[in-house]
Design a protein around this ligand. Structure first.
Ligand SMILES: [Zn+2]
Length: 346
């Protein structure tokens, strides 16, 4: 997971990378947001940046830095296969007293990869069998945190634990965690990922450095433009038919906006694609607003795990090119071909 793949949150990301670069990483942090604000996604990209062997720094653009995405550490963290990165999350009882997150790690990994870490606890629970209403984080999990943080790191760098939905810790687990927070070991990092509306013990909150996500509505404040919906739907329809004359006319409309509007439109389109993807994978409602019910209900099915990354990177490249004053018509045309191709791979 790279920062460039996260929608919005640029100020927060730039602050985080500056702190990592300065070497003053706090050993206990909490990322707080509303559900689907992407706090788990941010934690993932953050740890990848922390471990990256070739961090990239940019002179211009919205991001000051990002992980390289290519080095062995980046690849292992992107695949959630890094031996020093551990996840703790609420898990249902399975009849054994020693049940812990480790027993559900395969399911959790699949869930993270398929939803790009944007799914909620309910979404995850839907993938599990067992009594999910009683999903909690138990003392077995807390003991595992102590154990893995106490081990010698395999890769010689950081030992990292992400606790997702830390408010679901039972009292014994919370007490155990508190002891770990009070006596941190060097080169260890715990990130608690939580919701605004669910609070942790004040004794725990006082020991973690908190990063607050920008709310979803806030994030899209600049992007919401009623004209964008019509423009986007008109363009998407052309991508199926690929009749050059009509597509070209549509692209002309997009290229006629000023640079700032073009960028906002592309960000808006990317958000809609992401919503469609979450609709397909997690059943989240999405509104295309085409005025055509059939299109609105059928289009989201086109965005799946097979093409979301292709789509995302096509938009990223287009935004990057627009920011660098590339010829808008060519950028939009190339984007059209790439999205059209990606849609066929669903
Ligand atoms: Zn890297």
């Amino acid at each position: 997971m790279q920062f460039k793949d996260i929608v919005g949150q640029r100020d927060i990301i730039n602050r985080l990378t500056a702190v990592v670069d300065s070497g003053r990483v706090s050993h206990a942090q909490q990322f707080v947001g509303d559900e689907r604000d992407g706090s788990l996604q941010l934690a993932w990209a953050y740890l990848q940046y922390l471990c990256c062997e070739h961090r990239q720094h940019y002179e211009n653009g919205e991001l000051r830095a990002d992980s390289c995405g290519e080095c062995p550490n980046c690849k292992k963290i992107a695949q959630l296969m890094h031996p020093d990165l551990h996840f703790i999350f609420p898990n249902p009882p399975n009849g054994s007293t020693s049940v812990s997150s480790e027993d559900y790690m395969k399911e959790f990994r699949d869930f993270m990869l398929s939803t790009h870490a944007l799914g909620t606890l309910n979404d995850f629970n839907d993938t599990l069998s067992g009594d999910v209403k009683t999903s909690i984080i138990r003392e077995t999990d807390a003991a595992n945190i102590v154990r893995v943080l106490g081990m010698k790191p395999y890769e010689g760098g950081w030992r990292m634990v992400v606790v997702w939905n830390a408010d679901r810790m039972n009292a014994a687990a919370a007490n155990e965690l508190l002891k770990t927070l009070e006596e941190p070991l060097p080169q260890t990092l715990i990130i608690l990922v939580d919701n605004y509306d669910k609070r942790l013990l004040p004794t725990i909150e006082s020991r973690v450095q908190t990063v607050k996500m920008k709310a979803e509505s806030e994030k899209w404040k600049d992007v919401d433009n009623p004209e964008f919906a019509g423009l986007l739907v008109g363009w998407l329809r052309m991508l199926f038919k690929l009749k050059m004359k009509e597509l070209s006319a549509q692209v002309d409309k997009m290229a006629a906006m000023n640079r700032e509007q073009q960028k906002l439109f592309l960000q808006y389109a990317m958000k809609v694609m992401r919503d469609c993807f979450l609709n397909t994978t997690a059943g989240v409602e999405c509104h295309l607003g085409s005025g055509d019910e059939k299109f609105d209900s059928q289009f989201p099915k086109m965005i799946t795990t097979n093409n979301i990354e292709l789509i995302q990177s096509a938009f990223d490249d287009a935004i990057f090119a627009i920011e660098r004053n590339a010829y808008a018509k060519i950028v939009m045309m190339e984007l059209s071909f790439r999205i059209s191709k990606a849609l066929k791979k669903r």
